[in-house]
Design a protein around this ligand. Structure first.
Ligand code: NI
Length: 227
């Protein structure tokens, strides 16, 4: 399941992100790619240890984690720190799959398993050409070039790429979450059930049908989640 979220970022945070991109120091984006993805990754990213970037990351991450659709669709357990990347004219990120295990804990284990990947668009689409995010799925390729402040979330299991920017500059934030539910198909069914039971609640209140659906939802979540 691939979902677009129109109201991901409030305007004031978008303005703050633009200031960070205007004032910040950049490094080669290849530093944060797996060994095979590195071969096709041509972009820049904001150095993560700048105080302005750290503050921005914290605020945007909180907003993403609290978003109702993210909560319902991703069932997030934990997030990787966001990366802020920039594609200048001529830059692209060829087809790749994101690393399954990411980060390092102090005891040397992986920090998380990537189940969900997301891209938060920060540049107005009219200001650059190219730069589409293309996600491969069983039903073909899906192409995304969203408004600034909008996000797309998709299963980390997908091959995807960013087309070459042929004019202008494309800024975005990318991130990953481990979900309580590893399987994308199970997450989709839970999301649909949750959506339906909320619609029924809105229409009829806490009816016997709502209770029954809530029971099924809870028990599937109990069966499928890892905590
Ligand atoms: Ni990727």
């Amino acid at each position: 399941m691939i979902l677009c979220i129109a109201d991901m970022l409030a305007d004031e945070l978008l303005a703050e992100a633009r200031k960070a991109f205007a004032d910040g120091q950049f490094e080669d984006g290849g530093m944060t790619a797996g060994w095979h993805a590195k071969l096709v990754k041509r972009n820049l990213q904001l150095q993560g240890n700048q105080p302005m970037v750290m503050a921005l990351r914290q605020k945007i991450q909180s907003q993403i984690a609290a978003h109702r659709i993210i909560q319902m669709a991703a069932l997030p357990m934990r997030f990787r720190p966001l990366l802020f990347n920039r594609y200048e004219t001529g830059m692209s990120y060829g087809s790749h799959v994101d690393d399954a295990l990411m980060g390092r804990t102090p005891d040397g284990g992986p920090e998380l398993r990537s189940d969900i990947s997301f891209t938060l668009f920060l540049s107005d689409p009219e200001t650059y050409e190219g730069g589409e995010l293309v996600i491969e799925s069983t039903s073909g390729e899906q192409v995304f070039k969203l408004q600034a402040g909008q996000a797309v979330i998709y299963p980390s299991t997908s091959l995807h790429r960013v087309c070459e920017v042929t004019h202008g500059i494309r800024d975005a934030a990318v991130g990953w979450a481990q979900s309580y539910v590893r399987d994308a198909g199970q997450r989709e069914m839970l999301f649909e059930l949750d959506t339906v039971r909320r619609a029924i609640f809105k229409r009829d209140g806490k009816s016997p049908e709502f209770d029954q659906l809530s029971k099924v939802y809870s028990n599937l979540l109990r069966a499928w989640s890892e905590v």
